[in-house]
Design a protein around this ligand. Structure first.
Ligand code: HEM
Length: 532
């Protein structure tokens, strides 16, 4: 099956409806002659239940909302394509869409904020989601990333706590548009592993000028697998061709009031005017034998691989060239999953990534109330699908034949061969062996070095912005204890940072600060036992 940049548009064509110059009909295709009044018993009388047009219109409206995403609820989508520059990645991966310069793979991208609800403002201080669905010849591949390369936490078991702390308060649902509240800073100050990400969130990266002017990061270490089955570690990076640009905080706040659709409008209008956003995909590749040569763990999502240690390799270009036709059908119903993989790409044991592999389908079953959401037009792969999953709410595909099980000898099945013969997905055969324990590796223990690296890499104006952001955020924290704990962390990151933040929030840098954490490894019984 050959895909080109228009393949997804052609596939979507059959689902598009052109209402212009058409008679209005009911969902059953019956022409409607009057839609302004319901059917009544007399012009001032009660409505009649037999009014099928009213009942259908009202019922459909009553059911038009679905649960918003539990995080990343507010987003904006765009169609486009991805094309590799050359075949140099062939040495590292068998994924054709990354290695064949003649293949233009259709993509759908959804940019998002994380914390706010669907109707919240675009320009708040927050991480931005950068999720890409590649409709490849070998099935859908999703790169579900953010605009910042580290993450807040190391283990998926802390995700619910993180999100509860960062979302509006459970009693009064305030504040809606900022991390500036006690619960988030309480959590952060008790979780030293958040410190590297905190530095990014206080930086200008958290208030991008435009979705077109943001970089994207896969965050986790993934794997590339080549034709011979050799695996290497990989980090994915999107680089905006326009460069990464930010608002300043004052602009961001004013825009949140004057034009809460700022980022959404900017993306839509640029594409509409033919000013198509472009992003370059880059990879950092690490040989398996070099897994332990760094002073951080490749499986720790709170760390980056500094580019001085492993340079970026350009792979290809993504162009976003078409706005969606329908927000709900496309941007709202698109369902990404970091476990949607194609041959040539695999996951690692990063404990945050491993938890994500469970979470996305689970939440999408809640969002769509059906196991058939992969059949929704925006989620349908271009590669054809054949299996025995034929039932469930809102099944679209009409499977033929009697046999919906395997093996069968009476037809209606899908032949399976040895995977290598049919190009099937083969999971990387990593040897895994270990005791069942609730613990983290000691190699995850350093929470400050990269936060310091980040602070030291900033120019003076960027440092000023970080300090001002901390003044704003921590200045709104009622608890003095929490403010002081944060200063304690900042002091470990950089005494200069701590001093400058302290001057704006009315508390002294604590003298004998000791970070505490729920995940303190040296105190963890399981870790102690493992060491024995
Ligand atoms: C969306 C869970 C970490 C990027 C979501 C959603 C959930 C979720 C439940 C809503 C999905 C939907 O309704 O379709 C988690 C969990 C995490 C985690 C459990 C950690 C254990 C991350 C990280 C990144 C990320 C590290 C970035 C690398 C995104 C993006 C979306 C998203 C971009 C929005 C996708 C869209 O536009 O539809 N996440 N997430 N998440 N997540 Fe995560």
């Amino acid at each position: 099956m050959k895909v080109n940049k228009n393949s997804k548009n052609q596939q979507l064509e059959q689902f598009r409806e052109e209402g212009k110059d058409q008679y209005m009909t009911t969902d059953q295709g019956v022409r409607v002659n009057h839609t302004d009044d319901s059917l009544k018993a007399g012009s001032r009388g009660p409505l009649l239940m037999e009014d099928f047009h009213f009942r259908e219109k009202m019922t459909h409206f009553d059911h038009e909302s679905i649960p918003e995403r539990v995080v990343h609820a507010r987003g904006s989508g765009a169609h486009g394509y991805f094309q590799p520059y050359n075949d140099t990645l062939k040495e590292f991966t068998k994924a054709k869409f990354l290695t064949d310069p003649n293949t233009q793979t259709p993509v759908f991208v959804r940019f998002s904020t994380v914390v706010g609800s669907r109707g919240s403002a675009d320009t708040v201080r927050d991480v931005r989601g950068f999720a890409t669905k590649f409709y490849t010849e070998e099935g859908n591949y999703d790169l579900v990333g953010n605009n910042m390369p580290p993450f807040f936490i190391q283990d998926a078991n802390k995700f619910a706590d993180l999100v509860h702390a960062i979302k509006p308060d459970p009693d009064n649902e305030m504040p809606q548009a900022s991390a500036a509240h006690d619960t988030f800073w309480d959590f952060a100050s008790l979780m030293p592993e958040t410190m590297h990400m905190i530095m990014w969130v206080l930086s200008d990266r958290a208030i991008p000028r435009s979705f077109r002017m943001m970089d994207g990061f896969g965050v986790h270490t993934f794997r590339l697998i080549n034709e011979e089955g050799k695996a290497r570690f990989v980090k994915f990076h999107w680089r905006s061709k326009l460069g990464a640009h930010s608002l300043v905080w004052d602009e961001a706040q004013k825009l949140a009031g004057k034009d809460p659709d700022w980022l959404r409008r900017d993306l839509w209008e640029a594409i509409d005017m033919g000013d198509h956003p472009e992003f370059e995909l880059n990879v950092q590749i690490v040989e398996e034998e070099d897994e332990f040569k760094f002073d951080f763990d490749l499986l720790d999502a709170t760390k980056i691989i500094p580019e001085e240690l492993v340079p970026l390799r350009p792979v290809g270009k993504m162009v976003l060239n078409r706005n969606p036709d329908n927000f709900f059908a496309e941007t709202e119903q698109v369902a990404f999953h970091p476990g949607n993989l194609v041959p040539g790409i695999d996951v690692t044991n990063d404990p945050l990534l491993q938890g994500r592999l469970f979470s996305y389908v689970d939440t999408q079953l809640n969002r769509f109330n059906s196991a058939n959401f992969a059949e929704v037009p925006i989620n349908r792969p271009l590669a054809s699908t054949h299996n025995h999953q034929g039932a469930g709410f809102m099944r679209h595909t009409i499977n033929k034949g009697k046999a919906n099980y395997w093996p069968n000898s009476i037809g209606g099945g899908c032949p399976m061969m040895a995977p290598e013969k049919m190009g099937g997905y083969v999971h990387h055969m990593e040897k895994v062996d270990g005791h069942k324990i609730r613990a983290r590796s000691e190699s995850f223990n350093d929470h400050y070095s990269q936060a310091t690296l980040f602070w030291n890499s900033m120019t003076e104006p960027e440092k000023k912005h970080i300090v001002k952001a901390a003044h704003f955020e921590l200045g709104k924290v009622m608890s003095k204890e929490i403010r002081q704990r944060m200063l304690g962390h900042f002091n470990i990151i950089s005494p200069d940072l701590a001093q400058r933040v302290s001057e704006g929030i009315g508390v002294e840098v604590p003298k004998d600060f000791k970070p505490t954490s729920t995940g303190h490894y040296e105190d963890n019984e399981a870790s102690k036992q493992m060491k024995k």
